[in-house]
Design a protein around this ligand. Structure first.
Ligand SMILES: [Ca+2]
Length: 378
């Protein structure tokens, strides 16, 4: 999940999907966990060939000087004992897969909202979402009433992030964060300072919650649990919502529900405001380009939209705040457009992608429709 102050960070549950669909360029705030086949689909277990070549196990960093220097400074800064910290970091391992996944997709990959949407808003995930909503109806309603974030949006988001806790990532968080902190690959903007900070946040989190830093699994960028929070976001925005005195995003879906709502509320969610409106984009290329220039940051009034040649739906013309013209590319077909509000923007603070935000919204709407119709299965 989420790094408000860090625009172009591609990380998150969906990152693999984004990669495969060429959508990673808009940035995401969290990291996509790899799919664990054992969790996502039950397949008949095939007996592996007797002599299956295994990749050589990654070597621990050991007492590499930059890690030990980091440990020394951190021990002083946090008032921690140095020796156990050194011993812990020495066990971290550089992971080449993490280095590969942090890279942007090849240039020129066509974005396709239709294909992207179909990966999330599909029968199995809808089914899981309806079960999740039924099971956690009380917590979702409580989060909605406390933070003003609709239950459907929270349910949609957790569904898109982790398939309701089924796909939360199989990377060692310590390895992933250490790799990106100390061996960030060349070829894209260096984010190692950010990941060093996340590593510190992770160690604080483990100490506070009594978790084993060698044991936790997450996405290739170190995002964890049901809502895929990065450690810094966990420390700042996660809450205890099931009242057991602990903030546990790995085992408690109820803590995840409260934490997602709290996160969005802290990132500008306004109760009662729509996320977006339908809009016909300006026909003139120059006008369209002007409205698209600020990207997903809502920057124009409804009147300015219309002056530029966009045609808004009736409700949108009365919208009091700024709007953003959001373009969703459809592969070779003509793109679709929506007018995003500040609430659309708030969802992109969780994951920096308009495709992501739209998938969350439409997943939520779909779940709500099924519930309204009293239907339990798509
Ligand atoms: Ca709790």
């Amino acid at each position: 999940m989420s790094l408000p102050s860090l625009p172009s960070l591609p990380l998150r549950p969906i990152a693999l999907l984004l990669l495969s669909l060429g959508l990673l360029s808009t940035t995401t705030a969290q990291a996509e966990p790899p799919k664990k086949p054992s969790q996502t689909q039950k397949q008949p277990r095939k007996k592996p060939p007797a002599k299956l070549a295994k990749p050589a196990p990654a070597q621990p960093y050991g007492e590499r000087e930059d890690l030990m220097q980091f440990a020394r400074e951190l021990a002083v800064q946090e008032g921690w004992e140095e020796a156990p910290l050194r011993a812990l970091l020495a066990q971290a391992r550089r992971n080449p897969t993490v280095q590969r996944l942090i890279m942007p997709p090849p240039a020129g990959t066509a974005k396709d909202w239709g294909a992207y949407r179909a990966r999330f808003v599909e029968p199995r995930r809808i089914q899981a979402g309806l079960a999740f909503w039924s099971e956690h109806e009380e917590a979702l309603a409580r989060a909605e009433s406390r933070y003003g974030v609709p239950a459907e949006l929270i349910a949609g988001l957790i569904g898109v992030e982790t398939f309701y806790g089924q796909i939360t990532g199989g990377f060692s968080v310590l390895d992933a964060l250490s790799t990106l902190a100390f061996d960030f690959p060349p070829g894209r903007r260096d984010r190692s300072a950010f990941f060093r900070e996340q590593l510190v946040e992770y160690l604080r989190l483990c100490r506070r919650e009594g978790l084993d830093p060698l044991a936790l699994k997450g996405s290739y960028a170190g995002a964890m649990g049901w809502p895929q929070f990065m450690p810094g976001s966990w420390n700042r925005f996660a809450i205890d919502f099931d009242g057991d005195g602990r903030v546990d995003l790995i085992r408690s879906p109820v803590d995840a529900i409260g934490s997602v709502a709290h996160y969005l509320a802290q990132h500008g969610w306004q109760p009662g405001l729509p996320t977006h409106y339908t809009v016909a984009a300006p026909v003139e290329t120059a006008d369209r380009a002007r409205l698209l220039a600020p990207d997903i940051l809502p920057s124009f009034t409804a009147a300015q939209f219309e002056e530029a040649g966009a045609r808004l739906s009736e409700g949108a013309r009365e919208h009091p705040g700024p709007l953003a013209l959001v373009e969703l590319q459809m592969g070779e077909a003509a793109p679709v457009y929506v007018a995003g509000t500040s609430n659309f923007y708030a969802i992109t603070r969780y994951n920096w992608s308009s495709y992501y935000a739209m998938a969350v919204i439409e997943m939520g709407q779909t779940l709500r429709s099924y519930r309204k119709a009293g239907s339990s299965a798509p």
